[in-house]
Design a protein around this ligand. Structure first.
Ligand SMILES: Cc1cc2nc3c(=O)[nH]c(=O)nc-3n(C[C@H](O)[C@H](O)[C@H](O)COP(=O)(O)OP(=O)(O)OC[C@H]3O[C@@H](n4cnc5c(N)ncnc54)[C@H](O)[C@@H]3O)c2cc1C
Length: 395
Protein backbone atom coordinates (compact mmCIF):
# COMPACT_ATOMS: atom_id res chain seq x y z
CA UNK A 1 0.00 0.00 0.00
CA UNK A 2 1.38 3.48 -0.83
CA UNK A 3 2.19 5.50 2.27
CA UNK A 4 2.15 9.18 3.16
CA UNK A 5 3.57 10.89 0.08
CA UNK A 6 6.41 13.41 0.06
CA UNK A 7 8.71 14.73 -2.63
CA UNK A 8 12.40 15.50 -2.78
CA UNK A 9 14.89 16.05 -5.57
CA UNK A 10 17.19 13.13 -4.77
CA UNK A 11 16.09 10.06 -2.81
CA UNK A 12 18.97 8.09 -1.30
CA UNK A 13 18.81 4.55 0.10
CA UNK A 14 21.65 3.94 2.57
CA UNK A 15 23.26 6.19 5.19
CA UNK A 16 26.76 4.74 4.86
CA UNK A 17 29.67 6.85 3.59
CA UNK A 18 28.37 6.85 -0.01
CA UNK A 19 24.82 7.91 0.86
CA UNK A 20 25.62 10.52 3.51
CA UNK A 21 28.46 12.08 1.52
CA UNK A 22 26.23 12.31 -1.56
CA UNK A 23 23.52 14.00 0.50
CA UNK A 24 26.07 16.41 2.01
CA UNK A 25 27.58 17.39 -1.35
CA UNK A 26 24.15 17.85 -2.93
CA UNK A 27 23.10 20.11 -0.05
CA UNK A 28 26.17 22.28 -0.67
CA UNK A 29 24.92 22.70 -4.23
CA UNK A 30 21.46 23.66 -2.96
CA UNK A 31 19.88 20.30 -3.90
CA UNK A 32 17.56 18.70 -1.35
CA UNK A 33 17.59 14.99 -0.60
CA UNK A 34 16.07 12.40 1.72
CA UNK A 35 18.22 9.53 3.03
CA UNK A 36 16.72 6.34 4.48
CA UNK A 37 18.56 3.52 6.26
CA UNK A 38 17.18 0.40 7.87
CA UNK A 39 19.74 0.47 10.67
CA UNK A 40 19.59 2.85 13.60
CA UNK A 41 22.17 5.60 13.88
CA UNK A 42 23.69 3.80 16.91
CA UNK A 43 23.96 0.53 14.98
CA UNK A 44 25.81 2.15 12.08
CA UNK A 45 28.04 4.13 14.47
CA UNK A 46 29.06 0.93 16.24
CA UNK A 47 29.97 -1.16 13.17
CA UNK A 48 33.75 -1.63 12.87
CA UNK A 49 34.86 -1.61 9.26
CA UNK A 50 37.50 0.22 7.25
CA UNK A 51 40.27 2.30 8.79
CA UNK A 52 42.40 3.91 6.09
CA UNK A 53 41.55 7.10 4.21
CA UNK A 54 43.41 8.14 1.09
CA UNK A 55 44.67 11.72 1.17
CA UNK A 56 41.96 12.69 -1.36
CA UNK A 57 39.23 11.27 0.90
CA UNK A 58 40.56 13.20 3.89
CA UNK A 59 40.58 16.36 1.76
CA UNK A 60 36.99 15.71 0.68
CA UNK A 61 35.90 15.58 4.33
CA UNK A 62 37.75 18.73 5.33
CA UNK A 63 37.44 20.88 2.19
CA UNK A 64 33.69 20.37 1.81
CA UNK A 65 33.00 21.29 5.43
CA UNK A 66 32.05 17.87 6.82
CA UNK A 67 34.64 18.13 9.59
CA UNK A 68 38.35 18.78 10.09
CA UNK A 69 38.49 16.13 12.82
CA UNK A 70 40.44 13.78 10.56
CA UNK A 71 43.30 16.33 10.55
CA UNK A 72 43.13 16.77 14.32
CA UNK A 73 42.48 13.22 15.49
CA UNK A 74 43.45 11.02 12.52
CA UNK A 75 46.99 9.71 12.26
CA UNK A 76 48.90 10.43 9.06
CA UNK A 77 50.64 7.28 7.83
CA UNK A 78 53.51 8.09 5.50
CA UNK A 79 54.05 4.48 4.52
CA UNK A 80 53.37 0.81 5.16
CA UNK A 81 55.57 -2.12 6.06
CA UNK A 82 55.68 -5.24 3.91
CA UNK A 83 56.87 -8.13 6.01
CA UNK A 84 58.04 -11.34 4.34
CA UNK A 85 60.71 -13.95 4.93
CA UNK A 86 60.57 -12.87 8.57
CA UNK A 87 61.85 -9.35 7.81
CA UNK A 88 60.21 -5.93 7.60
CA UNK A 89 60.57 -3.60 4.60
CA UNK A 90 59.10 -0.11 4.77
CA UNK A 91 57.54 1.49 1.68
CA UNK A 92 57.85 5.22 2.24
CA UNK A 93 54.89 6.84 0.45
CA UNK A 94 55.93 10.32 1.37
CA UNK A 95 59.43 9.97 -0.08
CA UNK A 96 58.19 8.08 -3.16
CA UNK A 97 55.10 10.06 -4.21
CA UNK A 98 54.78 12.92 -1.70
CA UNK A 99 51.47 11.66 -0.27
CA UNK A 100 50.30 9.93 2.87
CA UNK A 101 47.14 8.14 3.97
CA UNK A 102 45.22 8.69 7.20
CA UNK A 103 44.34 6.20 9.89
CA UNK A 104 40.78 7.29 10.60
CA UNK A 105 38.19 4.58 11.29
CA UNK A 106 34.98 4.36 9.30
CA UNK A 107 33.09 4.77 12.59
CA UNK A 108 34.56 8.28 12.82
CA UNK A 109 33.81 9.02 9.16
CA UNK A 110 30.19 8.05 9.81
CA UNK A 111 30.02 10.10 13.03
CA UNK A 112 31.34 13.17 11.15
CA UNK A 113 28.98 12.76 8.18
CA UNK A 114 25.93 12.08 10.37
CA UNK A 115 26.72 15.10 12.56
CA UNK A 116 27.24 17.32 9.49
CA UNK A 117 23.88 16.26 8.00
CA UNK A 118 22.19 16.96 11.34
CA UNK A 119 23.97 20.34 11.71
CA UNK A 120 22.92 21.37 8.18
CA UNK A 121 19.30 20.30 8.59
CA UNK A 122 19.59 17.21 6.38
CA UNK A 123 16.68 14.77 6.21
CA UNK A 124 18.08 11.37 7.26
CA UNK A 125 15.65 8.68 8.43
CA UNK A 126 17.34 5.90 10.39
CA UNK A 127 15.71 2.66 11.52
CA UNK A 128 13.20 2.34 8.67
CA UNK A 129 11.81 -1.05 7.63
CA UNK A 130 10.55 -2.68 4.45
CA UNK A 131 12.45 -0.46 2.01
CA UNK A 132 11.43 -0.88 -1.64
CA UNK A 133 12.32 1.16 -4.71
CA UNK A 134 9.93 1.56 -7.60
CA UNK A 135 9.42 3.13 -11.05
CA UNK A 136 13.17 3.35 -11.63
CA UNK A 137 12.87 3.78 -15.39
CA UNK A 138 10.49 6.75 -15.08
CA UNK A 139 11.18 10.40 -14.28
CA UNK A 140 9.53 9.97 -10.83
CA UNK A 141 11.22 6.98 -9.13
CA UNK A 142 10.18 6.33 -5.56
CA UNK A 143 11.27 4.87 -2.23
CA UNK A 144 8.62 3.08 -0.15
CA UNK A 145 9.32 2.30 3.51
CA UNK A 146 7.91 2.31 7.00
CA UNK A 147 9.59 4.88 9.23
CA UNK A 148 10.91 4.31 12.76
CA UNK A 149 7.52 5.43 14.18
CA UNK A 150 5.70 2.79 12.12
CA UNK A 151 4.24 5.20 9.53
CA UNK A 152 4.21 3.98 5.90
CA UNK A 153 5.97 6.53 3.66
CA UNK A 154 6.48 7.09 -0.05
CA UNK A 155 9.20 9.49 -1.20
CA UNK A 156 9.11 10.48 -4.88
CA UNK A 157 12.22 12.03 -6.42
CA UNK A 158 13.82 13.10 -9.70
CA UNK A 159 16.93 10.99 -9.15
CA UNK A 160 17.27 7.95 -6.91
CA UNK A 161 20.64 6.90 -5.47
CA UNK A 162 21.23 3.29 -4.48
CA UNK A 163 23.90 3.54 -1.77
CA UNK A 164 22.63 0.60 0.21
CA UNK A 165 25.75 -1.56 0.27
CA UNK A 166 26.53 -4.94 -1.21
CA UNK A 167 23.27 -6.64 -0.15
CA UNK A 168 20.83 -3.78 -0.64
CA UNK A 169 17.54 -3.62 -2.51
CA UNK A 170 18.48 -1.09 -5.19
CA UNK A 171 20.76 -3.14 -7.41
CA UNK A 172 18.46 -6.13 -6.98
CA UNK A 173 15.57 -4.02 -8.32
CA UNK A 174 17.31 -3.60 -11.70
CA UNK A 175 16.09 -6.26 -14.17
CA UNK A 176 18.77 -8.93 -14.60
CA UNK A 177 18.90 -8.31 -18.36
CA UNK A 178 19.86 -4.69 -17.70
CA UNK A 179 22.95 -5.37 -15.58
CA UNK A 180 26.14 -7.38 -15.95
CA UNK A 181 28.02 -8.65 -12.92
CA UNK A 182 31.77 -9.18 -12.92
CA UNK A 183 33.05 -11.00 -9.87
CA UNK A 184 35.77 -13.13 -8.37
CA UNK A 185 35.48 -15.04 -5.13
CA UNK A 186 38.51 -16.01 -3.06
CA UNK A 187 39.06 -19.30 -1.23
CA UNK A 188 39.92 -17.46 1.99
CA UNK A 189 38.54 -14.84 4.36
CA UNK A 190 39.87 -12.58 7.13
CA UNK A 191 39.62 -13.37 10.80
CA UNK A 192 39.42 -9.89 12.35
CA UNK A 193 40.01 -9.08 16.00
CA UNK A 194 39.82 -5.89 18.00
CA UNK A 195 42.16 -6.17 20.97
CA UNK A 196 42.90 -4.15 24.07
CA UNK A 197 46.64 -3.67 23.67
CA UNK A 198 49.07 -0.88 22.79
CA UNK A 199 50.13 -0.60 19.12
CA UNK A 200 52.62 -3.18 17.88
CA UNK A 201 53.76 -0.88 15.06
CA UNK A 202 53.32 2.78 14.10
CA UNK A 203 52.04 1.98 10.61
CA UNK A 204 50.21 -0.94 8.98
CA UNK A 205 52.21 -4.15 8.62
CA UNK A 206 51.16 -6.40 5.73
CA UNK A 207 52.64 -9.84 6.40
CA UNK A 208 53.27 -12.69 3.97
CA UNK A 209 54.03 -15.99 5.71
CA UNK A 210 53.96 -19.70 4.98
CA UNK A 211 50.92 -19.91 7.31
CA UNK A 212 49.09 -17.21 5.36
CA UNK A 213 48.51 -13.46 5.40
CA UNK A 214 48.28 -11.24 8.51
CA UNK A 215 47.66 -7.51 8.87
CA UNK A 216 48.65 -5.45 11.88
CA UNK A 217 46.94 -2.10 12.36
CA UNK A 218 46.00 0.17 15.21
CA UNK A 219 42.83 1.97 16.16
CA UNK A 220 43.88 4.03 19.19
CA UNK A 221 46.74 4.15 21.69
CA UNK A 222 45.17 1.21 23.52
CA UNK A 223 43.24 -0.72 20.86
CA UNK A 224 44.65 -2.67 17.92
CA UNK A 225 42.86 -4.08 14.87
CA UNK A 226 44.46 -7.29 13.63
CA UNK A 227 43.53 -9.72 10.88
CA UNK A 228 44.75 -13.09 9.71
CA UNK A 229 43.78 -15.11 6.67
CA UNK A 230 41.40 -17.96 7.47
CA UNK A 231 38.99 -20.38 5.84
CA UNK A 232 35.74 -18.64 4.76
CA UNK A 233 33.77 -21.12 6.93
CA UNK A 234 35.88 -20.57 10.06
CA UNK A 235 33.82 -20.29 13.25
CA UNK A 236 34.98 -17.28 15.34
CA UNK A 237 33.60 -18.93 18.48
CA UNK A 238 36.09 -21.78 18.06
CA UNK A 239 38.96 -19.38 18.63
CA UNK A 240 39.89 -18.49 22.22
CA UNK A 241 42.27 -15.62 22.96
CA UNK A 242 45.32 -17.90 23.39
CA UNK A 243 44.76 -19.60 20.04
CA UNK A 244 44.29 -16.27 18.26
CA UNK A 245 47.49 -14.83 19.70
CA UNK A 246 49.49 -17.98 18.93
CA UNK A 247 48.38 -17.86 15.28
CA UNK A 248 49.04 -14.14 14.88
CA UNK A 249 52.49 -14.33 16.52
CA UNK A 250 53.43 -17.32 14.34
CA UNK A 251 52.56 -15.36 11.20
CA UNK A 252 54.62 -12.26 12.03
CA UNK A 253 57.55 -14.02 13.74
CA UNK A 254 61.03 -13.57 12.28
CA UNK A 255 64.73 -13.50 13.00
CA UNK A 256 64.48 -9.78 13.79
CA UNK A 257 62.40 -10.60 16.92
CA UNK A 258 59.28 -8.64 15.86
CA UNK A 259 56.32 -9.61 18.08
CA UNK A 260 52.82 -8.29 18.71
CA UNK A 261 51.80 -6.58 21.94
CA UNK A 262 49.07 -8.82 23.38
CA UNK A 263 45.91 -8.12 25.35
CA UNK A 264 42.29 -9.26 25.72
CA UNK A 265 40.32 -9.83 22.50
CA UNK A 266 37.34 -7.45 22.54
CA UNK A 267 35.66 -8.53 19.31
CA UNK A 268 36.21 -11.30 16.75
CA UNK A 269 34.55 -11.92 13.40
CA UNK A 270 35.15 -13.59 10.05
CA UNK A 271 35.01 -11.24 7.07
CA UNK A 272 34.29 -12.87 3.72
CA UNK A 273 35.00 -10.80 0.64
CA UNK A 274 35.00 -10.83 -3.10
CA UNK A 275 35.83 -8.61 -6.03
CA UNK A 276 32.61 -7.44 -7.68
CA UNK A 277 31.47 -4.81 -10.19
CA UNK A 278 27.97 -4.19 -11.54
CA UNK A 279 27.78 -2.51 -14.95
CA UNK A 280 26.33 -0.09 -15.70
CA UNK A 281 25.92 1.58 -12.29
CA UNK A 282 22.76 3.24 -13.61
CA UNK A 283 19.24 2.16 -14.46
CA UNK A 284 16.87 4.87 -15.63
CA UNK A 285 17.09 7.67 -13.09
CA UNK A 286 18.69 5.46 -10.43
CA UNK A 287 22.45 5.62 -9.92
CA UNK A 288 24.36 3.08 -7.80
CA UNK A 289 27.21 4.20 -5.55
CA UNK A 290 29.74 2.56 -3.23
CA UNK A 291 29.38 -1.11 -2.31
CA UNK A 292 26.01 -1.28 -4.08
CA UNK A 293 27.94 -0.88 -7.35
CA UNK A 294 31.20 -2.67 -6.52
CA UNK A 295 33.05 -4.37 -3.70
CA UNK A 296 36.77 -4.94 -3.30
CA UNK A 297 38.78 -7.22 -1.02
CA UNK A 298 39.89 -5.17 2.01
CA UNK A 299 43.60 -5.83 1.33
CA UNK A 300 44.01 -2.60 -0.64
CA UNK A 301 41.96 -0.47 1.83
CA UNK A 302 39.88 0.88 -1.05
CA UNK A 303 36.19 0.17 -0.20
CA UNK A 304 35.50 3.25 1.88
CA UNK A 305 37.57 5.46 -0.43
CA UNK A 306 35.67 4.27 -3.49
CA UNK A 307 32.36 5.00 -1.74
CA UNK A 308 33.46 8.59 -1.07
CA UNK A 309 34.80 9.13 -4.57
CA UNK A 310 31.57 7.75 -6.10
CA UNK A 311 29.64 10.26 -3.97
CA UNK A 312 31.74 13.11 -5.33
CA UNK A 313 31.32 12.04 -8.96
CA UNK A 314 27.63 11.35 -8.48
CA UNK A 315 26.87 14.70 -6.85
CA UNK A 316 28.73 16.53 -9.64
CA UNK A 317 26.78 14.59 -12.28
CA UNK A 318 23.38 15.17 -10.68
CA UNK A 319 24.14 18.86 -10.18
CA UNK A 320 24.91 19.23 -13.90
CA UNK A 321 21.82 17.28 -14.96
CA UNK A 322 19.55 19.41 -12.76
CA UNK A 323 21.19 22.71 -13.70
CA UNK A 324 20.79 22.02 -17.42
CA UNK A 325 17.48 20.12 -17.05
CA UNK A 326 19.12 17.51 -19.26
CA UNK A 327 19.10 14.08 -17.64
CA UNK A 328 21.30 12.80 -20.47
CA UNK A 329 24.12 14.15 -18.30
CA UNK A 330 23.52 11.22 -15.94
CA UNK A 331 25.24 9.09 -18.60
CA UNK A 332 28.56 10.62 -17.61
CA UNK A 333 28.54 9.07 -14.13
CA UNK A 334 29.02 5.41 -15.15
CA UNK A 335 32.22 5.69 -17.20
CA UNK A 336 33.88 8.01 -14.66
CA UNK A 337 32.95 5.89 -11.64
CA UNK A 338 33.82 2.62 -13.40
CA UNK A 339 37.27 3.81 -14.47
CA UNK A 340 38.12 4.54 -10.84
CA UNK A 341 36.43 1.35 -9.58
CA UNK A 342 38.29 -0.94 -11.99
CA UNK A 343 41.63 0.65 -11.13
CA UNK A 344 40.88 0.02 -7.46
CA UNK A 345 39.81 -3.55 -8.35
CA UNK A 346 43.14 -4.13 -10.05
CA UNK A 347 45.10 -2.75 -7.10
CA UNK A 348 43.08 -4.71 -4.51
CA UNK A 349 43.31 -7.94 -6.51
CA UNK A 350 47.04 -7.56 -6.87
CA UNK A 351 47.60 -6.88 -3.15
CA UNK A 352 45.36 -9.82 -2.27
CA UNK A 353 46.97 -12.38 -4.55
CA UNK A 354 50.45 -11.14 -3.68
CA UNK A 355 50.06 -11.60 0.07
CA UNK A 356 47.62 -14.49 0.65
CA UNK A 357 48.37 -18.19 0.54
CA UNK A 358 46.12 -20.13 -1.81
CA UNK A 359 44.90 -23.40 -0.24
CA UNK A 360 46.52 -25.37 -3.09
CA UNK A 361 49.66 -23.21 -3.32
CA UNK A 362 52.81 -25.06 -4.34
CA UNK A 363 56.36 -24.23 -3.16
CA UNK A 364 56.78 -22.64 -6.62
CA UNK A 365 53.85 -20.29 -5.97
CA UNK A 366 55.23 -19.24 -2.60
CA UNK A 367 58.72 -18.53 -3.97
CA UNK A 368 57.25 -16.56 -6.87
CA UNK A 369 55.28 -14.39 -4.41
CA UNK A 370 58.45 -13.80 -2.39
CA UNK A 371 60.28 -12.79 -5.58
CA UNK A 372 57.52 -10.33 -6.44
CA UNK A 373 57.65 -8.86 -2.93
CA UNK A 374 61.43 -8.48 -3.15
CA UNK A 375 61.05 -6.64 -6.48
CA UNK A 376 58.40 -4.39 -4.92
CA UNK A 377 60.66 -3.27 -2.10
CA UNK A 378 63.92 -3.47 -4.08
CA UNK A 379 62.98 -1.34 -7.07
CA UNK A 380 62.18 2.33 -6.51
CA UNK A 381 59.93 2.33 -9.59
CA UNK A 382 57.99 -0.69 -8.29
CA UNK A 383 57.70 0.82 -4.79
CA UNK A 384 56.49 4.12 -6.26
CA UNK A 385 53.84 2.29 -8.26
CA UNK A 386 52.61 0.59 -5.08
CA UNK A 387 52.62 3.94 -3.29
CA UNK A 388 50.59 5.55 -6.09
CA UNK A 389 47.98 2.82 -5.88
CA UNK A 390 47.76 2.79 -2.10
CA UNK A 391 47.54 6.54 -1.62
CA UNK A 392 44.91 6.87 -4.35
CA UNK A 393 46.93 8.72 -6.98
CA UNK A 394 45.86 6.20 -9.67
CA UNK A 395 42.29 7.44 -10.00
C1 LIG B 1 33.03 -6.22 8.13
C2 LIG B 1 33.60 -5.30 7.09
C3 LIG B 1 34.93 -4.86 7.18
C4 LIG B 1 35.47 -4.01 6.23
N1 LIG B 1 36.77 -3.61 6.33
C5 LIG B 1 37.27 -2.78 5.39
C6 LIG B 1 38.60 -2.34 5.45
O1 LIG B 1 39.36 -2.71 6.34
N2 LIG B 1 39.04 -1.46 4.50
C7 LIG B 1 38.21 -1.01 3.49
O2 LIG B 1 38.60 -0.19 2.66
N3 LIG B 1 36.95 -1.42 3.40
C8 LIG B 1 36.48 -2.28 4.32
N4 LIG B 1 35.20 -2.68 4.23
C9 LIG B 1 34.43 -2.13 3.14
C10 LIG B 1 33.90 -0.74 3.49
O3 LIG B 1 33.46 -0.72 4.83
C11 LIG B 1 32.81 -0.44 2.50
O4 LIG B 1 33.38 -0.42 1.21
C12 LIG B 1 32.07 0.88 2.76
O5 LIG B 1 31.34 0.81 3.95
C13 LIG B 1 31.14 1.18 1.58
O6 LIG B 1 30.30 2.25 1.91
P1 LIG B 1 28.83 2.31 1.34
O7 LIG B 1 28.27 3.58 1.84
O8 LIG B 1 28.84 2.05 -0.10
O9 LIG B 1 28.08 1.05 1.97
P2 LIG B 1 27.74 0.73 3.48
O10 LIG B 1 28.74 1.32 4.40
O11 LIG B 1 27.53 -0.75 3.53
O12 LIG B 1 26.36 1.47 3.74
C14 LIG B 1 25.17 1.01 3.16
C15 LIG B 1 24.03 1.39 4.09
O13 LIG B 1 22.81 0.97 3.47
C16 LIG B 1 21.95 0.47 4.45
N5 LIG B 1 21.00 -0.46 3.82
C17 LIG B 1 21.26 -1.66 3.26
N6 LIG B 1 20.12 -2.20 2.80
C18 LIG B 1 19.13 -1.32 3.06
C19 LIG B 1 17.73 -1.33 2.85
N7 LIG B 1 17.11 -2.37 2.27
N8 LIG B 1 17.02 -0.26 3.26
C20 LIG B 1 17.62 0.80 3.87
N9 LIG B 1 18.95 0.84 4.10
C21 LIG B 1 19.68 -0.20 3.71
C22 LIG B 1 22.87 -0.23 5.45
O14 LIG B 1 22.27 -0.31 6.74
C23 LIG B 1 24.09 0.68 5.43
O15 LIG B 1 24.12 1.61 6.49
C24 LIG B 1 34.66 -3.56 5.15
C25 LIG B 1 33.34 -3.98 5.05
C26 LIG B 1 32.82 -4.87 5.99
C27 LIG B 1 31.39 -5.35 5.85
Amino acid sequence: MPGTLSRTTVGIVGAGPAGLMTSHLLARAGIDSVVVDHRTRAEIAGTQRAGILEAGSARLLTDTGVSDRVRREGRPHAGITLRFGGESHRVDFHALVGENVWLYPQTDVFADLAAARERDGGDVRYGVTGTRVTDLATDRPGILFTDAEGVAREVRCAVLVGADGSRGVCRAAVPEAARTHFSRTYPFAWFGVLVQAPPSADELVYTHSARGFALVSRRTESVQRLYFQCDPDEDPAAWGDDRIWAELQARVRGADGFALAEGPVLDRSVLRFRSFVCEPPRHGNMLLAGDAAHTVPPTGAKGLNLALSDARLLAETVERALATRDFGHLDAYGPRALRRAWRAQHFSYRMTTLLHRLPDASPFDERRQLAELSVLVGSEAASAHLAEGYTGLLR
